[in-house]
Design a protein around this ligand. Sequence first.
Ligand code: IMP
Length: 195
Amino acid sequence: MEKVKELVFATNNAHKLAEARAIAGDRFRIVSLAEIGCHDDIPETSDTLAGNALQKARWVRDHYGCDCFADDTGLMVDALDGAPGVMSARYAGPGHDSSANMARLLRELEGADNRHAHFTTVIALCLDGEEHLFEGRVDGTIARTPSGNSGFGYDPIFIADETGVSFADMTPEAKNSISHRGRAMAALGKYLCGE
Ligand code: IMP
């Protein structure tokens, strides 16, 4: 019987791993960084999402000899010329505090009428000596005040066009079905599994 192919997902985020495993089913075995003994602080120094995703996936391929994929996400706000973008995780400075990041974004948008924004996720895949990129995007607006307790990051202030409520007011399943990351993961799954 043919051995199931193993693919490292360059993350230790349990939520992301569960999502990837659901998509891969039993056709690919998705393993985390911890499972291959990788505890490296993998550099993310590019000024593009694709550059960072590729940097992480290549790191695992080059240092551990594994097929691998990695993701990177940004929130792009039109009125701020695409900021926070690739800086989304540390918009309020180092420390990665979501409340501080949201507070800064709401401050920057004070008085702004154009509140249109989108999330984009880029996934980089290094497989069998080749590199591939997959992208997912969701459009919406930045609320004037946070709402909801679900999710993480900017979810309480991101209102998806498709639903009219914040990501933090949606169930995880409903969010995943329209989210940037859900769509990028679906594109990866389609490539890997041909669905
Ligand atoms: P990462 O590349 O998945 O680590 O995402 C970078 C940053 O974007 C995170 O630290 C969050 O601030 C933000 N972000 C990514 N995905 C989401 C999401 O689904 N909802 C809200 N914020 C997100």
